[in-house]
Design a protein around this ligand. Structure first.
Ligand code: 4NP
Length: 158
């Protein structure tokens, strides 16, 4: 049975697309072909746009395909389409939960970094790199890569 995983951040042009692309890449490497990965943002300012150039540059330099992403907005219908919804920060988490209609919806939502082996607490956040310099994107990519390995392990144990 296919498992559907969605990453959610604010703009869907930096953090969640990076997490999306890296997970897709690593699942393909692991030969796991029954997981569908997607991402969206709680805000709609960038709908239809490709990833932030700084995020795409970091991904491309690290060997990932950043070219296919187009930003989408998270809406309540996503709960019907997804099995696991991973939120990047506490604000995204609260915004997603505010759209949940049932306990079943709520049970699908989890903080992305709850899978990060280096997170100090289960509610650790992926900091928003949008306002800062390029080093913020390096930090996000490192966080995403190590967290992705745990997510792949989790998905391979289904
Ligand atoms: P993201 O970063 O949530 O990681 O995609 C942001 C991108 C754009 C904006 C905020 C955060 N924005 O305000 O347009």
């Amino acid at each position: 049975m296919t498992t559907r995983v969605a990453m959610v951040c604010l703009g869907n042009i930096c953090r969640s697309p990076m997490a999306d692309v890296v997970l897709e890449h690593r699942l393909a490497e692991a030969g796991i072909d029954d997981v569908v990965v997607s991402s969206s943002g709680t805000g709609d300012w960038h709908v239809g746009q490709p990833m932030d150039e700084r995020a795409a540059e970091k991904l491309t330099a690290a060997g990932y395909d950043a070219s296919r992403h187009r930003a989408r907005t998270f809406t309540a219908e996503w709960f019907d389409q997804q099995d696991l919804i991973l939120t990047m920060d506490a604000s995204n988490h609260a915004d997603v939960l505010a759209l949940a209609r049932t306990d079943e919806d709520r049970a699908k939502v989890r903080m992305y970094r709850s899978f990060d082996p280096e997170a100090d607490t289960p509610d650790a956040e992926v900091p928003d790199p949008w306002y800062g310099g390029p080093e913020g994107f390096d930090d996000v990519l490192a966080m995403v890569e190590r967290t992705t390995d745990e997510i792949v392990r989790h998905l391979s144990e289904r």
